[in-house]
Design a protein around this ligand. Structure first.
Ligand SMILES: Cc1cc2nc3c(=O)[nH]c(=O)nc-3n(C[C@H](O)[C@H](O)[C@H](O)COP(=O)(O)OP(=O)(O)OC[C@H]3O[C@@H](n4cnc5c(N)ncnc54)[C@H](O)[C@@H]3O)c2cc1C
Length: 354
């Protein structure tokens, strides 16, 4: 538990506190990720979270990188959410790849200069890597995995693999640093015409970020899975396979089905540990947190660590041959059946994706 954070209570349902709101001015720095000239949807959710801190919050979005895609991303950042009041751009070859140590020093430097009351990032691998390092440099305790914000210093986060919710009040010094679960802060759709304001873009002066700032980490290479498929963290439909698939060869049925549905592929830790698929497909407490519109699970028992990563999905469909499998307790639609019969039938009946 964070030293500057006091555990107030925990229960399945967050208690309602009647607190007198502490009036202090709120200014937030959002650490943003971008790809192919666009701000990632998760980072826009971080701005949505920042909005919940205070109505008069002034939100700055920080992005780093180099080259034309950074310029494109900065333009996108300026108009991607109406609450953004400025975009800060750290443009240097050093930031061509997101190295956490360097990012942490950048955040430290900007915080020393601008003194934000809050710093927010998402709970993905970028945020989990960067924010705690920056918090250590700033000597504050971060609050991680926030799913609800009630005021500028009170937050709800899951504990015990999501089986209980804990309400935490931050009592430490500024900045209050948070990682948020993007799936808990969906961004309402804003039509392109109604986005009238473009936030100003300014360059961060990197002259004080010394040559040694990069530390001992070096970028080696980036490997990514099938770029054709939707990103697991933000896909509208996810098809997941568990140990019930029995082999990597059989798991290909899940991939074919996902292809037909235009879905992302997920897996349980048991399927990953058995070598059916790489671990970046793992959904759960120690994998990715997803909340798609439709989550279809085949041969997944529904262990709490798996549910922690998908229970917020809008519609859950489960196929399992064991009628007592715990996955059926969270499923909206359950089919007790053999996946080796159900998946081929689905593959046969579903039309090819256009
Ligand atoms: C600290 C910690 C962190 C963890 N983190 C994660 C995590 O992030 N994600 C995660 O998933 N797990 C995680 N786990 C592991 C978790 O506890 C379970 O072991 C795992 O989720 C089980 O995966 P499974 O459902 O694929 O396998 P099993 O529990 O073995 O279930 C397989 C299911 O397939 C069904 N089945 C078998 N054959 C068929 C068939 N022919 N047709 C239909 N159904 C069939 C069976 O009835 C069974 O219900 C974690 C565990 C720990 C201790």
């Amino acid at each position: 538990m964070a030293a500057g954070a006091i555990l107030r209570a925990f229960s399945k349902r967050p208690p309602r506190f009647h607190t007198t709101s502490i009036s202090r001015s709120v200014s937030t720095l959002v650490l943003a990720e971008h790809e192919n000239g666009l701000i990632k949807a998760q980072s826009v959710s971080a701005v949505e979270a920042a909005k919940s801190l205070n109505n008069e919050n002034s939100v700055s979005m920080l992005l780093a990188g180099s080259g034309p895609s950074l310029k494109e991303a900065a333009k996108h950042a300026a108009s991607c959410h109406p609450s953004i009041s400025q975009v800060l751009v750290a443009d240097s070859d050093k930031f061509s790849y997101p190295i956490a140590e360097l990012w942490a020093k950048l955040v430290h430097m900007i915080q020393q200069r601008d003194g934000y009351s809050h710093i927010i990032s998402t709970s993905g691998s970028f945020g989990k890597n960067t924010l705690p390092r920056a918090a250590a440099l700033l000597d504050v305790s971060p609050i991680t995995d926030v799913i609800e914000i009630s005021g500028s210093n009170q937050f709800v986060r899951p504990i015990y693999a999501g089986n209980a919710l804990c309400t935490v009040r931050y009592t430490g010094a500024n900045p209050c640093m948070l990682t948020i679960r993007a799936t808990s802060f969906p961004v309402p759709h804003v039509s392109a015409d109604s986005r009238s304001n473009e936030a100003p873009i300014s360059q961060v002066d990197l002259s004080t970020l010394g040559e040694d700032a990069i530390g001992k980490s070096r970028y080696v290479k980036h490997t990514s899975q099938d770029a054709e498929r939707p990103d697991l963290g933000s896909a509208r439909v996810v098809v997941t396979g568990g140990r019930g698939l029995k082999s990597a060869e059989n798991f290909k049925m899940i991939e074919k089905l996902a292809e037909k549905l235009g879905a992302a592929v997920g897996a349980t830790r048991a399927a990953v540990d058995a070598g059916f698929v790489p671990n970046d497909l793992q959904v759960g407490q120690t994998g990715k947190i997803v909340a798609p519109e439709l989550y279809i699970a085949f041969g997944v028992s529904g262990a709490i660590q798996h549910l922690a990563g998908m229970r917020d999905s809008k519609v859950i469909v489960a196929v399992n041959k064991d009628s007592d499998a715990p996955i059926f307790q969270v499923a909206d639609y359950g089919l007790v059946g053999d996946l080796f019969e159900v998946i081929p039938e689905l593959l046969e009946k579903l039309p090819e994706k256009k």
